[in-house]
Write a protein that binds this ligand. Structure first.
Ligand SMILES: Nc1ncnc2c1ncn2[C@@H]1O[C@H](COP(=O)(O)OP(=O)(O)OP(=O)(O)O)[C@@H](O)[C@H]1O
Ligand SMILES: [Mg+2]
Length: 381
């Protein structure tokens, strides 16, 4: 028996044992419509008619997680099919494989990457480790570029912990509208066009999202949002190199990635992995930012390097990647983020303000828009 046949056998055995959503076994419920296995990829079609959303999520999760845990399985697609509705969780195009695509960046046999309609430049803000300040940088970078006269959108791609609505002070009542051509209109705040999963789900349900749903939501954010003549779309990613990053790099053209790290070795080690992933998928690295680089005491001015200092610059040099600048730890940055009033929307001349504007300048210089940046007019606001 070949290895492939063995894997197929373990898939069959696993599927035989999956419990049905209404008791008994899935295989006896008539809901297991079909499945196929080839080259590490399993695709399972399940009839989801008359199931409640929690039942669908559980079923989807059981199959997806169980299959992915099997030796030899690298990629799982679970299609929940309901012929009665068009709104079920059903893939229009294959989701990304769990493995990185080939280094040619063309995604092998996957659908080709597409530009996002209405967007000139796509800029991803990423990190290996969580909590290093991606969203803070993404928000302030977007505001800084907007203040330079560019039309800027901000896409919160963190389905598990969307923080952009809070950081921009977008309230519960600011919901996206549906346009006449059935696309989603971004929310306007701070002269930015903003989209976030946080506009659609409450925090508790966002944390139980799984790969397949994230993929689907992101595809809609890329292609079904009415992005309007943007010069830059800044994408705030969750940490790591998981489903979100893979969905992004395989579906859309990303023109540049910015990697945020603190100076600690543990964060830098993860930043290297993020850089490696973007390189493997042919996304240009715009540069590395060292956040929380040092703390300057507001009383005596003494400088303390809480998480060490300079590691991101060294790492950037080692990896032959531009270093975009360092952002100090600053109470004002934390406070303005929490208050929903981005620091760069104000006019102070603090070190942190200057650091972030300098980074925005460097980004615009390294990734210029392809056409002349239009000046904003009041009718655009
Ligand atoms: N330079 C800084 N000075 C002070 N506080 C900061 C700084 N950078 C980020 N913070 C604060 O640290 C916290 C984490 O930042 P943020 O949410 O931007 O990180 P993240 O990388 O997006 O996190 P996650 O991985 O969860 O998405 C926030 O409370 C933010 O206000
Ligand atoms: Mg974040």
């Amino acid at each position: 028996m070949s290895d492939e046949q063995k894997i197929e056998g373990t898939v069959a055995t696993f599927l035989d044992g999956v419990p049905g959503p209404e008791g008994g076994l899935l295989r006896d419920s008539g809901r297991l419509l079909s499945w196929k296995y080839a080259c590490g990829r399993v695709q399972v079609d399940v009839l989801s008619r008359d199931l409640e959303i929690p039942q669908k999520r559980q079923l989807d999760g059981t199959i997806y997680d169980g299959l992915l845990a099997l030796d030899g399985v690298t990629d799982v697609i679970v299609n929940l099919v309901n012929p009665d509705t068009a709104t079920d969780v059903q893939q229009q195009s294959p989701p990304p494989p769990k493995t990185a695509p080939p280094a040619d960046g063309k995604g092998g046999g996957l659908p080709p990457k597409r530009p996002i309609p209405g967007v000139d430049r796509v800029l991803a803000v990423a990190s290996g480790k969580g909590g290093v300040g991606k969203s803070t940088v993404a928000v302030n970078l977007a505001v800084a570029l907007q203040k330079q006269g560019y039309r800027v959108g901000l896409l919160d791609a963190d389905c598990y912990g969307p923080s952009i609505p809070l950081m921009l002070g977008i309230g519960e009542d600011d919901k996206p509208r549906i346009t006449d051509d059935r696309r989603v209109q971004p929310v306007r705040k701070w002269d930015l066009d903003v989209m976030s999963i946080g506009f659609f789900v409450d925090r508790d349900s966002a944390v139980i999202w799984r790969g397949l749903m994230v993929t689907k939501a992101l595809q809609q954010f890329f292609f079904d949002v009415a992005w309007d003549r943007l010069d830059y779309l800044v994408i705030d990613l969750p940490p790591g190199t998981g489903d979100t990053q893979l969905t992004m790099v395989q579906n859309i053209e990303v023109h540049g990635a910015i990697i945020v790290s603190t100076p600690q070795d543990v964060a830098l080690a993860d930043a290297r992995k993020a850089i490696a992933m973007f390189r493997e998928t042919n996304v240009p690295i715009i540069g590395l930012i060292e956040n929380m680089s040092y703390f300057a005491c507001p009383h005596c001015g003494e400088r303390t390097e809480i998480f060490a200092h300079g590691g991101a610059h060294r790492t950037a040099d080692e990896l032959n990647t531009p270093f975009l600048g360092e952002v100090p730890l600053a109470l004002s940055l934390r406070e303005t983020s929490d208050a929903g009033t981005p620091l760069l929307a104000g006019d102070d001349t603090s070190a942190v303000h200057e650091a972030l504007s300098g980074i925005a300048d460097a980004v615009a210089e390294r990734l210029p828009v392809r056409k002349e940046a239009p000046a904003r007019t009041p009718s655009d606001a």
